[in-house]
Design a protein around this ligand. Structure first.
Ligand code: NAD
Length: 968
């Protein structure tokens, strides 16, 4: 908005007045004073201490005894250089002080929470609301709670919201008296979509809207009945579209379309904030009844930056404070212009932002009482008084609830209060770094730019995925030939691949290799090998990197094929493409390094080189569950290392492998170097394993088949010129431990993802859950409710979390385990399956599982979880260790000592702390097991390509007639 200089001057004057008011008011009322004052000050000046403090505050409510509190104080703050804290940590080691210390610390943190949270229940909060009303300030109440992981928890949340409206309607003395409040509902609550819907799938806004409106309708009805205002809070960026869709759909329903007392939030720190205002204005115009928009800066800045960094996405937020302030101003203009369709509420503690909103509003000729100013409870009280003193509608956002589930809120406020503004100005990477403990630097070779997952929360991306699924349907029925050398061979018996959710729908047909085909392919590979080996690794790498680009260009088409062929839900299929592209890039770099001669020793008169070259012909025998990534990783390990690869995909997933081979060839891999040989495992697979012309076998699959291959490969055949090397990645029976002090919101969510993502058909899946001590009852109950709420359905629908298993054979086998377990364990919960065709297995959890039972020891490879109770953390570790497999393992704990103990004693290939145990990313979490889970270097790890190569030493005597050049 163009302002004249007079207006600019009045903004400036007003800003100065507000700023003076803001700083004149003492910011805190502190009890116990020493604790809060010092902590917040220190945290502001010491990033390391700030991390410790935030983590401690986060875990404290979950500590159920005095000794647990003092133990954590000691562990968290030992070595902290602040004298008071250091002394406190010291006192914590003296038993007699523990109860006192525990009380003081608890009271300190709870008092700190009490500054930002008005009460544990709505009733308790009423006096605080009445106090605000006396200052002519209104409220909006936000109910703090645990993360909603199930329908049962969402129902409970809805009930709390309804009760909240009733309680507030009946409360007395909570209405501010000023004339500016004349036409405004006095009951005002803020709700979160995440509270009302346990399955916030960013890729499925329509589904989420439908599910969420089941609970939004009763809420809106109650609001209309009581004349209450409902504001829908914005949360993380990935959920923004979900909220916009559900909000729009609800407000356009005839029953609610004329109700004006609803609102939504726009976060100015988002790069597309101004577009959000535009979109909301259109909605309001279409609806014909206005609604409110609360403009805020945004409260999830740290998280947004970290999540974007982890996924390789551009940050959705502005990274500088000034840019956010400018965005706030732009959105203010848009809101002023959108009157009367949108009713603005400016939620900010920035005197400049408030001043410009006030003046712009006035300049536009609008009534002061039609705009609202909102601030957070316990913050900026002086500023609030000054704004209210101008006779403007001033409202406070008041969180109400228990401190324990309110911790996430408290941590966000503490982040803000200890930020000193500095963090907000820093580049994102620096902020993220300051929050991490110091670690050794990552070597250049182990840093790749991972292929980012598709941000399916973006409408354009969803549209592309839907288009790719539709296009695939048009291509159904294609025929896939064998690719042997230069020949494409189709006249063989065929295997037909069916979409399991639509019996009779044939996705494609693939020729099956005969034994003669195996011979021919091995001969072609041997013929092509020497030239490929002698092609410089850098040139091989250029080809493979080109292939990575092609995979990414066709990522939707490839993912769509995996959806149909392997029953992979959208995110899983998309992740498979990223993983495949990562292998291509990472292994190319590794091969270049391995091939480059390394000088050894340092002695005059000799020149010693050590380097690697390709070994020969590799048979790649792959499973169906990561149908693109695993076969690609194994094949590319071989090809990058200068070998010729023959790909034998699993019988269930040959089609995607054919497309991979075509892409590798298109990128420039010679036909003899990459060949496609689908066929039965027991025939073509076995023949490859036993063939004398094969030098390397890279296998990923079941334990039984893998051990058979190791045995068969050990037998030397006539004419064989190489001892076969076998790389075998096999099954798992992976355990996750939930410690007593674990964050259960995080733990249950992680266990659900690990155990039931892709119907548990991952070698890394969690199939055993061990819950320690006092966490058991609550964790088991929340888990059971979460399992009941899982969305089971066909993989082509974006909302599906648990798809059917791979085929009828697998279903029968898994059902056999479930039936067997009913006889020796207790069925804790069994989820739903849709009444539709497809080999569905309901997500199933058993407790009281004997340690020596099949469910405790054998790989089931389906959505079945065994739960164990352990009295102590040590016992939990022992249960977790009780397995022949050693692939992945996980621990949810906030106890540094227990985490250290788990790191030291859990002998699994990949240990995950406070995160899910699936979803390893190449060059970040190298992946592979030990014991019966496999032999071989880790996939996506620094040593992977080496095992496909042979090491050479060459030593030359450089001394002639007693003279030698310098070595070096
Ligand atoms: P599978 O063992 O049945 O089949 C794997 C491959 O081996 C297929 O291509 C199959 O055709 C072939 N094969 C079967 N019999 C053969 C024989 N006699 N000789 C040669 N090849 C033969 O496994 P699957 O059902 O495809 O995959 C699931 C299994 O894979 C699970 O056990 C899972 O844990 C394991 N897996 C392990 C990892 C890992 O990295 N450790 C990764 C994914 C899957």
């Amino acid at each position: 908005m163009a302002l004249d200089t007079a207006a600019e001057r009045s903004i400036h004057e007003l800003e100065e007045r507000l700023r003076a008011a803001a700083t004149s008011h003492p910011p805190l009322v502190l009890t116990p004073a020493w604790f809060q004052q010092h902590l917040l000050d220190w945290a502001s000046s010491d990033p390391d201490f700030r991390v410790k403090l935030l983590r401690f505050v986060d875990v404290l409510p979950a500590l159920r005894s005095a000794s647990a509190v003092s133990d954590h104080v000691r562990q968290y703050f030992r070595g902290v250089h602040q004298p008071l804290i250091g002394a406190t940590a010291g006192i914590a080691s003296t038993p007699v002080f523990r109860p006192i210390l525990s009380r003081v610390v608890r009271e300190g943190v709870f008092a700190m929470a009490g500054r930002f949270i008005a009460g544990a229940t709505p009733e308790e909060a009423v006096p605080a609301l009445a106090a605000l009303a006396r200052d002519d300030v209104a409220y909006t109440v936000d109910l703090l709670g645990e993360e909603t992981l199930s329908d049962a928890e969402a129902d409970a949340y809805l009930e709390r919201y309804l009760q909240l409206i009733r309680t507030l309607s009946a409360a007395e003395n909570v209405t501010p008296p000023g004339a500016q409040w004349a036409d405004v509902p006095h009951v005002n609550i803020s709700v979160k979509l995440s509270a009302l819907c346990p399955h916030l799938e960013p890729a499925a806004p329509e589904w989420v809207s439908t599910a969420a409106r089941e609970r939004l309708r009763p809420l809106l009805r109650q609001a209309m009945e009581s004349g209450a205002f409902i504001n829908f809070d914005m949360e993380q960026f990935r959920y923004k579209d979900l909220l916009h869709t559900a909000f729009a759909d609800a407000l356009l329903e005839p029953e609610f379309s004329a109700y004006p007392h609803a609102g939504i939030v726009v976060q100015a720190y988002l790069r597309d904030a101004a577009a959000d205002v535009g979109r909301l204005r259109e909605l309001a115009e279409r609806r014909g009844t206005p609604f409110s928009v609360r403009l805020v800066k945004g409260a999830y800045w740290d998280e947004e930056v970290i999540v974007a960094g982890q996924n390789g996405w551009p940050a959705p937020v502005f990274t500088g404070k000034a840019e956010t302030d400018e965005s706030f101003d732009r959105c203010t203009d848009a809101l002023v212009a959108a009157w009367p369709h949108l009713r603005p509420a400016f939620g900010t503690h920035n005197p400049a932002s408030i001043a410009q909103a006030i003046v712009k509003w006035r300049e536009a000729g609008l009534r002061p009482q039609d705009a609202e100013f909102q601030m957070l409870y316990g913050m900026a009280e002086g500023l609030r008084g000054a704004v209210a003193g101008l006779g403007l509608r001033t409202r406070v956002y008041v969180p109400v609830g228990q401190v324990i589930p309110g911790m996430a809120y408290l941590v966000r406020r503490l982040l803000e209060n200890t930020s000193n503004q500095a963090w907000f100005m820093a580049a994102p990477s620096e902020t993220a770094k300051s929050a991490m403990p110091a670690r050794p630097a990552v070597g250049a070779l182990d840093r790749i730019n991972n292929s980012p997952p598709t941000p399916l929360f973006e409408p354009q991306m969803r549209a592309e995925m839907l288009a790719a699924l539709a296009q695939r349907r048009k291509d159904f029925g294609r025929e896939y030939p064998l690719l042997i050398g230069e020949r494409a061979v189709l006249d063989r018996p065929r295997s037909r691949i069916e979409y399991q959710c639509e019996p009779g729908t044939i996705i494609g047909e693939v020729a099956q290799a005969t034994l003669a085909d195996v011979d021919e392919a091995v001969a072609a590979a041997n013929a092509a090998f020497p030239a490929w080996r002698d092609t410089p690794a850098a040139a091989r790498g250029d080809i493979l990197r080109r292939a990575a680009g092609l995979l990414e260009d066709r990522r939707f088409a490839l993912a769509a094929l995996m959806v149909y062929e392997s029953g992979k839900p959208w995110h899983e299929a998309d992740g498979d493409v990223s993983e495949a592209a990562d292998y291509l890039r990472y292994y190319s770099a590794q091969a270049e390094d391995l091939e480059t001669p390394r000088l050894m020793g340092h002695v005059a008169g000799e020149h010693n080189e050590y380097f690697h070259r390709g070994r020969g012909v590799a048979a790649i025998i792959a499973p169906w569950n990561f149908p693109l990534a695993i076969i690609c990783g194994m094949a590319v390990g071989a090809i990058a290392g200068g070998n010729a690869a023959i790909l034998k995909p699993a019988g269930q997933s040959p089609l995607i492998a054919a497309e991979l081979v075509s892409i590798l060839r298109e990128a420039g891999v010679p036909p003899g170097v990459v060949q496609y040989l689908p066929g039965r495992g027991g025939e073509a697979g076995q023949a490859l394993v036993e063939h004398p012309g094969v030098d390397i076998i890279a296998f990923t699959g079941s334990n039984a088949v893998g051990l058979g291959i190791i045995e068969a490969a050990a037998k030397t055949k006539p004419g064989q010129h190489n001892v076969k090397r076998v790389i075998a990645e096999m099954g798992g029976k992976n355990a996750v431990i939930i410690d007593e002090d674990a964050d259960l919101d995080q733990a249950i969510e992680g266990v659900i993802a690990s155990a039931f993502g892709y119907a548990g058909q991952k070698c890394s899946a969690c199939s055993r859950l061990v819950i320690a001590g006092s966490a058991y009852e609550e964790a088991a109950a929340r888990l059971a409710n979460a399992v009941r709420s899982l969305v089971v359905g066909p993989p082509h629908l974006p909302e599906t979390f648990v798809p059917p298993v791979i085929n009828e054979d697998a279903r029968r086998k898994i059902e056999g385990y479930i039936e067997g377990a009913r006889g020796y364990a207790k069925l804790l919960v069994q989820g739903r399956t849709p009444d539709a065709p497809g080999p569905y297995v309901p997500p199933t959890v058993f407790s009281n599982v004997p340690l020596d039972s099949p469910l405790a020891q054998e790989e089931v490879f389906g959505p079945v979880l065994a739960v164990f109770r352990a009295d102590t953390f040590d016992e939990a570790l022992a249960i977790a260790a009780d397995s022949a497999f050693a692939l992945t393992g996980g621990v949810y704990s906030r106890n540094p000592r227990n985490i250290a103990q788990a790191r030291a004693s859990m002998r699994v290939g990949s240990l995950y702390v406070n995160r899910k145990v699936t979803g390893a990313i190449p060059a970040r979490q190298p992946f592979g097991g030990m014991r019966m889970s496999g032999i071989g270097e880790k996939a996506g790890g620094p040593d992977y390509v080496r095992q496909f190569m042979e090491p050479y030493t060459q030593s030359e005597n450089t001394m002639r007639r007693g003279f030698a050049p310098e070595e070096g």
